[in-house]
Ligand binder design. Structure first.
Ligand code: ADP
Ligand code: ZN
Length: 531
């Protein structure tokens, strides 16, 4: 302590340097930490990746006693604890994945004051034994992570969170910090109320990243589109390209390298040594492109990442925001560029339906995907839509910098097209009990006698060829936008199109369907690309 005082450094800052090895606090971290260290309650709204963990980890280290962290993310606890232990922080957790003996060890460490941090699943606080244990030790701070789970009308409501109000009653002298990355104004109020923290100070980090230009283009030949984007706008810049699969990571990195752009792959299947080498090259070198799965980026703090490109659709707006947020940390102009197509939606739905999660998990994943889709298909400013999604400034004016602001998409009356498409789906389903993917439906609309059309006699349908006024890419655009508007859905392993409850309103002509015009086909890149 003597040394730090001599340097005029706070204990919090000294801990940041010594334990975590970081130079400086980010954004509101310092104010939040000082407030909690001094014993105040706090409600913190900060984007994912914004650095919430330090806001309770440092107070836990600085104040005497153990910091108790309530988190619903049981699957992450082991990793979090391992990461902290690697830094020399004495951390432990208690959840249902442990056996009796493991739990006893943690309990003993807590009681003898040998833990800096103790992670708990919220359901453990329903047990008298847990409350009794906590009463017998010394607690420095309570952190309530994912605090929006207390909001009853939210997506992620967890009844166990309601019991957390007792923390303030039983431990009135222990400061509490509630943290979340998604909260509307209403949720924020509910958090304060239900957790019983009327005197808490509110910290709201802005989600706005004005130096990032958001652009989402229809996917045609993604690797080539990426190459022209890089050549035309980001030659020699450092950036990250995200792909969904390891295979496409490898292929894309090779493709870029062959076309004169220095690029290396990064995914969990690479040798740890190779992975570390690629990561440190990215941090050290000026203009390297890393092509990666989402495994890349955690903890990457490179200020001059000039672009983040997505060749596949992220699973949620939160994911998109976090990944694109790695661009432009230095505040200089940067681009978030994404190519997205119908196939992405089909593929993601497949992943969700084939996932191990329970019904509730699948429903949540599907609604996350829907929000992502809505962002892709919006005719409004992308940035204000992002901010609105995170519950911020509903009246933010258009940014003037994203693609939809710069070239406002023209809209057209897609009511008749939507009716044609939906009636084709109805015909197949009602008259023949068949379901097909978008490809076959579009072939039928266009009157194409493909082998598969002949095989199923689809050229005999009354709807065969009724959609010749549009070209294929336009029909695909219609399908995507109907998906984004919930007027049609895809399901199953083959991505078949099915009606939704809302489809009826279109079929019965009860509503209009405004659609955005497909931008002109991307022109072939001026310079050639070798495959
Ligand atoms: P959140 O919980 O808000 O999603 P994290 O706490 O996981 O975010 O932090 C995101 C990443 O940023 C982590 O890798 C973390 O180590 C890093 N980080 C947080 N604060 C700082 C800082 N002051 N300086 C450098 N890196 C930081
Ligand atoms: Zn805009």
């Amino acid at each position: 302590a003597d040394v730090t005082e001599k340097l005029g450094e706070s204990e919090a800052l000294a801990t940041l340097h010594r334990v975590f090895g970081y130079d400086a606090f980010r954004g509101e971290q310092e104010a939040i930490i000082e407030h909690v260290v001094a014993g105040g309650d706090a409600v913190v709204l900060m984007p994912t990746g914004g650095g919430k963990s330090l806001c309770y980890q440092i107070p836990s280290l600085v104040r005497p006693g153990t910091g108790v962290v309530i988190s619903p993310l049981i699957a992450l606890m082991q990793d979090q604890v391992d990461a902290l232990r690697a830094l020399g922080v004495r951390a432990g957790f208690m959840n249902s994945t442990q056996d009796f003996d493991e739990r006893r060890v943690v309990e003993a460490e807590f009681l003898t004051g040998e833990l800096d941090l103790l992670y708990l699943a919220p359901e453990r606080l329903r047990l008298d034994s847990t409350l009794d244990l906590l009463s017998r030790g010394k607690i420095s701070v309570f952190a309530i992570d994912e605090a929006h789970c207390v909001a009853q009308w939210g997506h992620d409501f967890r009844p166990d969170y309601l019991a957390l109000s007792l923390l303030g009653e039983r431990w009135p002298d222990v400061p509490r910090i509630a943290l979340t990355a998604t909260a509307t104004r209403a949720t924020h109020r509910e958090i304060t109320q239900r957790l019983g923290m009327p005197a808490a100070r509110h910290f709201e980090a802005s989600f706005d990243r004005p130096n990032i230009q958001y652009r989402i283009v229809p996917k045609a030949d993604p690797k080539k589109q990426l190459l022209s984007f890089l050549r035309e706008e980001h030659a020699g810049d450092a950036g990250i390209v995200y792909c969904l699969s390891r295979n496409s990571v490898e292929k894309t990195a090779e493709f870029l390298s062959r076309n004169g752009i220095e690029a290396v792959p990064y995914h969990a299947g690479l040798e740890p040594g190779t992975r570390a080498a690629h990561q440190s090259r990215f941090l050290r070198e000026e203009g390297l492109v890393v092509v990666a799965t989402i495994a890349f980026g955690m903890g990457i703090d490179k200020p001059d990442v000039r672009f983040v490109a997505h060749l596949d659709l992220p699973k949620s707006v939160e994911g998109y925001y976090q990944e694109t947020g790695r661009a432009g940390r230095d505040g200089l102009p940067s681009t978030a560029w994404m190519a997205y197509g119908l196939q992405d939606v089909v593929q993601q739905r497949k992943l969700i339906q084939g996932s191990e999660g329970d019904e509730a998990f699948r429903r949540r994943a599907a609604s996350h995907l829907d929000s992502m889709l809505a962002l892709c298909e919006t005719a409004q400013c992308r940035r204000s839509q992002l901010l609105a999604y995170f519950g911020q400034d509903p009246d933010t004016p258009a940014c003037g910098n994203c693609d939809t602001c710069l070239t406002p998409p023209e809209t057209w009356d897609g009511t008749v097209a939507a009716q044609k498409l939906l009636s084709t789906v109805v015909r197949l389903q009602r008259e023949r009990g068949q379901k097909f993917g978008a490809g076959q439906i579009v072939d039928i609309l266009l009157g194409r006698k493909t082998a598969k059309v002949i095989q199923f006699d689809h050229d005999q349908l009354s709807v065969f060829g009724i959609g010749e006024e549009l070209v294929e890419s336009e029909w695909r655009g219609v399908v995507r936008q109907l998906l984004a508007q919930g007027l049609i859905a895809v399901e199953g392993e083959y991505g078949t199109l099915v009606l939704t409850e809302a489809s009826g309103t279109v079929l019965r002509r009860e509503r209009d369907v405004p659609l955005r015009k497909e931008p002109p086909k991307p022109t072939a890149s001026r310079s050639s690309a070798s495959k």
